[in-house]
Structure formats: C-alpha cells, structure tokens
Design a protein around this ligand. Sequence first.
Ligand code: FE
Ligand code: CA
Length: 510
Amino acid sequence: MITRRFFMAAGGATISIPKAFAQSDRPHFTLGVASGCPRPDGIVLWTRLAPEPLRGGGMPLGKAAVRYRLCSDQAMRRTVREGIVETSDAKAHAVHVVLRGLEAGRDYWYQFTYGKDESPIGRAKTANVAGTTAKLALASCQAYEAGHFAAYADIAAWAPDCVIHIGDYIYESGPGVVGMRSAQVGGFQATWENIRQHVGTETVTLWDYRNRYALYKSEPALQAAHAVAPWIAALDDHEIDNNWAADVPQDPWAQTPLEFKVRKLAALQAYYEHMPLEEPPTVNGVDSHLQLYGAYRFGPAQVHLIDTRQYRSDQVCEAQGNPADRSCDALADPYLSMTGAAQERWLLNALKSSKAPFNVIASQTWFAPYRYNGLNDVPHVNMDQWDGYPIQRQRLIDALAGVSNPVVLSGDWHCAAAMRIHKNPWDPKSPRVGHNFCGTSISSHCPWSLAMDAAKDFNGHLDYYNGDKRGYLRCDVTERNWRSEYRVVTDPRDSKSAVTTDVTIDTRDV
Ligand code: FE
Ligand code: CA
C-alpha cells in the first residue's frame, strides 16, 4: 500500500494524497437507507457507502467512519441518539446501528453523514405491543429482468408499520433474453416478457452478490419502501441458488458440496450487508449461518418470521419444484422438515405463549396444499412448498388449532391466493383452523399460472386466485379482523405504473 509517509520521504516538500485515498466526490449513499428488526425498545438502522455501486462499491480498502443521527421529529431537530460507527471493506462498507432503549410504538427519523455527504432521511418505527391496529405490507419475488418495482412506490405511499419480505430479494441468474418468451409449463403454453437484463454472470462470489444487490437497489421505489418503514426479512432460495435446501444446491452434479458452502457463505454475507439485520452471519470454517427467524409484535398481530431454507431437509420424490412433481411414499417420513427441529420447537413455544389476537407465520413458500391434477390420482404438488413436508405441516396445523386466529403469509409462487387452512388440509369439510394469504410477486413472472387456474376445482379450500398480476399484499389488522387487500400493478414495464386493489378479503367474513 502506498502511504502518506512514502510520499513525504520520496517527494520532498509537496505532499499529495493519492486520489484513491481522498474522499470521492461521487455520492456515497447510492443504495439508500433502511431500518429493520423493530423491537418494542429498539431498531436497526442501515446504509452502505457505495460511490460505485455496480463495481464492488468503489470505496478504498480500509476503514471509514459514518455518523448517524436519530430524531423524534421529521424535520430532524430533536436528536434522540447520535454517534459515529466504523465500517470497512470487510463488510462492503455497510453500516448497521443496533439501537436499544427507545420508546415502543412510535416513529423516529434518521440520517447518516459521511464527510460532507448526507444520506436521505428515513422513517423508523419501533414495535407496538399495546396498539389496537397494525398496517403490514407483504412483499416477495422481485426479478429485476421481469419488470419495474412500481409496487414498492405504492408501499412507500401507504407507509405501513412494517414491510415483511419473505424472499427472492434478488435472483442469481446471469443475463437473460429481453423480449417475449414462450414455453410448455405444467402442460400449458406459457408466455412472459423480460424487459431488461441482469448485469454480470450468475452470482457465485461475494463480489457478484454485492453487485447484484446494488443493481436491485438501484430502483428508486425499492429504496423508498426501505426508507418509509422498518422491514423484517428472511431470504428464500434465489438469494443463493434456486430451490436449495440447507447444504444441498438444486444441481449437486454441477457444484460440489464445498463449492456450494463457499457460495452460501458469500450469499449470506452479502444478504447481511444489504439488510437491516441485528447480527452478521456466523462462520465456522466453510460452514455459515445467518439468524433470520424470530417473533415481532405489531399491535394485534404477532408475526413469526420463519426460515424455510437454512435448516430444511432436501426435497424428496425427485422434486423439481414445479407443477409436474408427483407425491411418493417418501413424504411419509416424519423427520422431513422445512424448519429443522430447533426452529420448530421455538415456533411452537412462541405460538403457545402468544397473547396476540392474530398469530402470523410468515413462511416463504405456500403452506396450504395445492394439487394440479384430479382427485382420483396421487396428487401432483409442488414439493418445494409445504406439500413436500406434510407430516411437519400437520404437526403445525394441530398446534395452530389451539392458537388465536392463525394467519399464514406466503410468497415464492408469484401468484396471489387466499386459502383456508383446514384441520385436514386436503378436506375443505374438516374444521377451519386459519387462513393462508399468498402475495403475488413484486415483479417475477408466473409461467405456471394457467396450470394453477385449470386446477382450481381440485382445491376446495381456495377462495381467491390471480396469477396474472404483479403486486403485494396490504394487511390491515384490528383486534377483531384481518383485512387482506391484494394490490396489483397495472403495467410492470412502467416504473410509474398505477397500482390498484384487485380484491379485499376480511377474515370476519370467510
Ligand atoms: Fe420467486
Ligand atoms: Ca422462491
């Protein structure tokens, strides 16, 4: 490294600091700000210094000091907390400030400064235990190539108490083809359109993943949704690799166990670097782990955010994770698990001890069953969803039967649905235990929509389905009612598209 001392010794009187070491004139807060993990007494604030967001961030190697300020007013006059945090290239110059000792259920505003550079101002909100209402937005699946993120502009305008993101924040693939595509999916000819291309190859290294997050965060609407409300987030598959499970990639013939572990380590690190999370990943040799599951309270709703990837048993029955999957005898294995034993124990205890009127499980994949064929044959189901883990699902349903107003929120499948969860999930005549509301995708396509549509009659627990629209789910919760409002984007090719309500469902009515 060339140091200042080197210049003094070699150059005589004139001391000049190499350009790379001087603070760049370019803006540093190109990726916006965020808050997350709202607790009754605390919140996490996030930003990242990235003057060249698509080329590794562009910060010189070494440390950087970033100032933060938290205020109780939007005009940033009444400072509640302030301080200086150090970051470095070891975490891509990301900044996480974990604050405690705040007041419950109230708005705060925050801003970062680096040198003369000021970040946008964000709104944070601590968790509210005593409140009687909650506004929650459910988001997932934002394929950059498939469309713009107009749904996020609508979330920002709505300003919820929290955004729940249940995965596919990025997609790992290399650049696709722009324009209309067509293929046979689930026995139907499906068409869809890509409007733009990923920058860079399929993500494998830490460098790749960092640049991919920066590309996605280049959408102003996504930054606006982060700046307006705290998020709770857990990754799904595409933050690493399609349909992975624990240490098993979807294509174990194409990447060795060691290669996948190193890839996962990079992906978890990059996820942490771009999300307002409380803890970094833990790394032990090439093994890595990121704590994502946890319970959060928003007035009448207790939200149990779960992690169905890091501890999952590998999919059985030669699953492809699509409508062509056929169930088989291996599904009867009681040890098949979406969550792993420790997370399941935590979840059952948290549900049992909850005093909230509504109890939410935010699960990446669909919880209620969905079959693609008639009732006289072995079910064709998507084995990557809870249909591939039926014994554990039944254990959870049996537990939910003793819990106040269970609601499962799901994403992953790029289509909107409302389903009842029955005691016997395949029998709509058995007692109703709760509801499964599935948000559509922010932008990702649903090439299996025709197959879903054609199978509606085989799924008597289905109350609403729409696979044609992109969008998100608004949840308005009171102590007596859960309202799911399905918001849909008129034109995903337009970053300023209108967003309207497709349907509103009140649980007191169904
Ligand atoms: Fe997805
Ligand atoms: Ca997914």
